[in-house]
Each structure stands twice: as C-alpha cells, then as structure tokens.
Design a protein around this ligand. Structure first.
Ligand SMILES: CC(C)(COP(=O)(O)OP(=O)(O)OC[C@H]1O[C@@H](n2cnc3c(N)ncnc32)[C@H](O)[C@@H]1OP(=O)(O)O)[C@@H](O)C(=O)NCCC(=O)NCCS
Length: 176
C-alpha cells in the first residue's frame, strides 16, 4: 500500500477489495458519463461500461496474478481507480485503466497513482509502462505527457458492437 498525506485531505492508494467492486462500477459510470461525451459516442460509452465494468469481470480480474487493481481514497471516499497488468512482453507493464472523479482531477492525484504504478512495475523488474489513450482525450494526453509518457504509436482497432478504439499508445521508462 502507498500512503500519502497532503495539507488538504488524506490520500491513500490501496488494493481494490471484492467488497468494493459495486462501488467501483458505480464510480466508473459516473466518471465515464461525465468525461467521455464529445470524445466517443454515448452508445460507445455504455457499450464499454457494460463490457469492462461488469462485477463478475472485475472479480475474475482480482483473482489473476498478473493484473492488479487499486483505488484512490480521498478522506475515506473512493474517488479514483487504476488497473495494470504484465503484457507478456518482457519488462513491460500496461496501465489498463486510470480514472479519477472530476472533483479529484488536476490536483496531482493522477501523478501519484502513476508514480505508485511505476514503482510497482520497477519492483516487478519492468523497464517500461505503456497505456492506450483515445486520440481525442486531450486532457489525459496532457497529463500523461506531464508525467513522463511519450507517444510511441497510434492504434485503431475494433472492439465489437461496431465500435472502434482510436488511440495513442504512450510509453514511460521506469527505473528498476
Ligand atoms: C487523466 C487523469 C488520470 C490525470 O490525473 P490528474 O490527477 O487529473 O492529473 P495531475 O493533477 O496528476 O496532472 C495534471 C495535468 O493533467 C492535465 N490535466 C488534467 N486534467 C485536465 C483538464 N481538465 N484540463 C486540462 N488538462 C488537464 C494537465 O496537463 C495538468 O497539468 P497542469 O495542471 O500543469 O496544466 C485524470 O484527469 C482523469 O481521470 N481524467 C478523466 C478520465 C481519463 O481520461 N482517464 C484516462 C483514460 S486513458
């Protein structure tokens, strides 16, 4: 567990527990419905929420040994989450999800979560962190640039339901 405390509110990054999966799924719906209109269609938002934030899917992921889920707690309230996994490419960890409630954005919390994941990846012997971010998600791309990622390539792929993911793949070196 990584604990940090600033002048304003207690901030904790801790592993997601099975009991908190329903709260995480509710938080994801709130964040996605606030953030993604204008970046992807409402139909795609609902499709991806149903696919990715299904309680049984996340419960299965918690049982994996190559994938981790954390939550960001601010003053005891769940305000964000991240998941990351070993890609199978030697030395590579991928941040699969990183989402903060709008009220928690742009206060350095995302950077703390990235630092936490980077430290974990380094301890696991990884040399690089990767992630995929929608090419129109400008605020997130700016945040990733600020926290040491660079754009390595573009990626356009079908995700079912007639929807596409139009992403940048971003990479950050991590130090063992
Ligand atoms: C992307 C995200 C995780 C970054 O975390 P964060 O805590 O907001 O970012 P930090 O405070 O660590 O870094 C701040 C930087 O992020 C960028 N940023 C974050 N929110 C922004 C916003 N609303 N508008 C513009 N830039 C923004 C800026 O570069 C900012 O730096 P600046 O304040 O010096 O201009 C968070 O904003 C978020 O959850 N966004 C919505 C969901 C999302 O898009 N997730 C990523 C999916 S791949």
């Amino acid at each position: 567990m990584c604990n940090t405390r600033d002048m304003r509110e207690a901030c904790e990054i801790c592993p997601l527990s099975a009991a908190d999966i329903p709260a995480l799924c509710a938080l994801a719906r709130e964040i996605w419905r606030a953030h993604y209109p204008g970046i992807i269609s409402v139909a795609q938002i609902e499709y991806m929420l149903a696919e990715r934030y299904d309680e049984a899917v996340i419960c299965d992921e918690l049982g994996r040994r190559d994938l981790w889920w954390d939550v960001l707690m601010l003053s005891g309230q769940m305000m964000g989450y991240a998941s990351y996994f070993l890609t199978g490419v030697v030395g590579e960890m991928k941040i699969d999800k990183l989402y903060l409630h709008p009220r928690a954005q742009r206060q350095g919390h995302g950077g703390k979560v990235i630092d936490h994941v980077a430290a974990f990846a380094a301890q696991a012997g990884c040399k690089r962190l990767t992630l995929a971010v929608n090419r129109h998600n400008q605020s997130a791309i700016a945040a990733y640039h600020k926290h040491g990622f660079y754009i390595a390539e573009t990626s356009l792929r079908e995700i079912g339901g007639g929807f596409l993911m139009d992403d940048y793949i971003m990479v950050k070196a991590v130090n063992a």
